[in-house]
Write a protein that binds this ligand. Structure first.
Ligand SMILES: Cc1cc2nc3c(=O)[nH]c(=O)nc-3n(C[C@H](O)[C@H](O)[C@H](O)COP(=O)(O)OP(=O)(O)OC[C@H]3O[C@@H](n4cnc5c(N)ncnc54)[C@H](O)[C@@H]3O)c2cc1C
Length: 521
């Protein structure tokens, strides 16, 4: 059995392998030469005091005791396996496809957007203020919404699946093994695209198919069962259909609704993105002027209750960039991402508040179960109407937003298309603006310096969670009405975030396998 040694070190010591292995040997009372293998299994930062400490747990194997087997995935070839249609190549669709392969099924993965390489060009064009391709943008394309992101891999839903296996799968496909032990692992937008294309390569090399620029625009239904989907004039058939289209695919919700397939309105969250100079967040969190060479860009996680509703920070991106995440030109939507080094001069985060069913009840008569979707769309259109040309986003200094004042100028920003001053507090629905305002004031009391002229709120952060659920049976995980249809991931309303969507995709693949077995497909 390996020994576990827990050390509390300075950030510099924790970055020095020779130092911490020597310290571990000393702690165990053995010679360093007796150590066959020492590996970090957990790493977290404790920044509560002025001198931040790093907690390291190290697994030490001594002499000839058996060492852990190297990470290995052995996917079978499934060319002749039963075909299952998977719609959407986000984390849910990719991990569903990998799990289907492990279980001997052949995924036919359909993606409306382009491969990562071509998608990069479309994203660069959006950042330059150019055209927005409605099928190739920050939300759509190989790898889904998570490809050009921070790649945070933290999830609260670890119990919903094998969290470690999901991380190992990412490492097998090229992620830094440090994600296996970091307390808050992340990959970074510079590394994610290669990992995603490696996953797609695994799928095709093992007999699955991955078809880009293949937008599903119809479902083929026979006597209450789905037998395939329509892509242009073609029909793609399969024993089952996994629908993992994410929550930006409004046309899919509309298609389901128009086809008489049950969807349900659900509560969600919306708000703004907030951006501070990273050095300011570092100084607040690390209690000193400079974070120095060895500490990572600091982050925060804030929650409060305002007027009986939650206001919270979401998807915080230290050392990152705000990005234009809309899927067409009638909307203005922002989100955040960071490179692996988290080395930009800015810290941004979503700052959102709960949106309840009653907020959009007035839209129910006209929009039925899609009322929340319409409410979300109206919020994005309001942002568009109050913005500048193209992707220029409306913004207000944080101190002005809290005080209800106009901003005559704006601070520097990471948002490449640029910002324009706007009274967000005036044009947002009153309840949202008011709760965000008092939430930010509360956060300013928790983190001294958070409310400042140097920070800016940018409109709008609207795609944090889906306003529509595609309901599934709690046992079979199949759609409650349509046999063979398996809604998966964030768009279905059963996941939020990269890892949670990936775990949901795996669960769905297992449910598909049970279904196919029971019906001899
Ligand atoms: C900029 C940004 C940064 C983010 N950062 C993080 C982060 O750091 N950590 C984190 O956990 N989460 C992050 N998220 C959220 C995360 O990306 C999503 O939670 C996750 O990708 C959801 O996975 P999914 O597979 O359910 O759906 P998606 O990733 O949305 O994938 C759905 C896929 O389906 C495709 N599709 C849609 N309609 C059709 C159709 N009709 N036919 C064929 N294909 C279709 C889409 O093109 C897309 O590729 C970020 C999101 C964005 C936009």
């Amino acid at each position: 059995m390996p020994k576990i040694v827990t050390l509390q070190l300075s950030p510099k010591q924790a970055a020095d392998e020779k130092f911490y292995v020597a310290r571990a040997a000393e702690r165990l009372g053995i010679r360093q030469s007796d150590i066959a293998l020492a590996r970090v299994v957990k790493r977290s930062i404790d920044a509560r005091q002025r001198m931040a400490k790093v907690n390291l747990s190290i697994e030490v194997y001594i002499d000839k005791e058996p060492q852990p087997a190297p990470l290995h995935f052995d996917y079978p070839v499934v060319e002749h396996g039963t075909e299952v249609v998977v719609v959407g190549s986000g984390p849910a669709g990719l991990f569903a496809s990998l799990r289907l392969i492990e279980l001997g099924y052949r995924p036919i993965l359909l993606e409306r957007g382009k491969s990562v390489l071509s998608r990069k060009h479309d994203i660069a064009q959006i950042n330059r203020g150019g055209e927005i391709n409605p099928d190739s943008n920050y939300a759509f394309g190989e790898g889904g919404a998570g490809t050009f992101s921070d790649g945070k891999l933290f999830t609260r839903s670890k119990k919903r699946g094998d969290y470690n296996k999901a991380l190992q799968t990412l490492v097998w496909h090229g992620a830094n093994p440090a994600i296996l032990y970091e307390a808050h692992p992340h990959i970074g937008t510079d590394k994610l695209p290669r990992i995603i294309s490696n996953i797609c390569r695994t799928i095709t090399e093992h007999g699955g198919r991955v078809l880009f620029e293949s937008k599903v625009s119809g479902f083929v239904l026979k006597e209450g069962r789905i037998t395939g989907v329509k892509v242009g004039n073609d029909t793609i058939e399969g024993a089952a259909v996994v629908l993992a289209t994410g929550h930006s695919a409004r046309d899919i919700y509309e298609l389901l609704h128009a086809s008489g397939i049950a969807v349900e309105a659900k509560p969600f969250a919306m708000g703004v993105r907030i951006e501070h100079p990273q050095r300011l967040i570092d100084s607040i969190q690390y209690h000193r002027d400079e974070r120095g060479e060895w500490l990572p860009a600091a982050s925060y996680s804030l929650v409060s209750q305002e007027a009986g509703r939650g206001v919270y920070s979401f998807c915080m991106c230290p050392g990152g960039f705000i990005v234009p995440a809309m899927t067409n030109t009638q909307q203005l939507v922002v989100n955040g991402m960071s490179p692996s080094g988290r080395n930009s001069a800015f810290a941004n985060s979503g700052l959102v508040t709960e949106i309840r069913l009653e907020d959009f009840a007035y839209l129910r008569e006209e929009w039925g179960e899609l009322a929340g979707l319409r409410y979300q769309q109206m919020f994005e259109e309001l942002a568009r109407q109050n913005s500048g040309e193209r992707q220029i986003a409306p913004a207000q200094r944080v101190s002005d937003f809290v005080a209800g004042r106009e901003s005559h100028s704006l601070p520097r920003t990471s948002y490449i298309p640029g910002l324009t001053p706007s009274r967000l507090d005036r044009w947002m629905p009153e309840g949202i603006a008011e709760r965000l305002r008092s939430g930010i004031a509360t956060f300013g009391r928790k983190m001294k310096g958070f409310v400042t002229d140097e920070a800016v709120v940018v409109g709008v952060e609207s795609r944090t969670s889906t306003p529509v659920r595609i309901p599934r049976d709690s046992e079979t995980l199949m759609h409650i009405e349509v046999e063979g249809l398996f809604p998966a991931g964030e768009g279905a309303g059963y996941a939020g975030g990269i890892i949670s969507a990936a775990l949901d995709g795996e669960r769905i693949a297992e449910a598909v396998a049970r279904y196919c077995k029971a019906h001899n497909y």
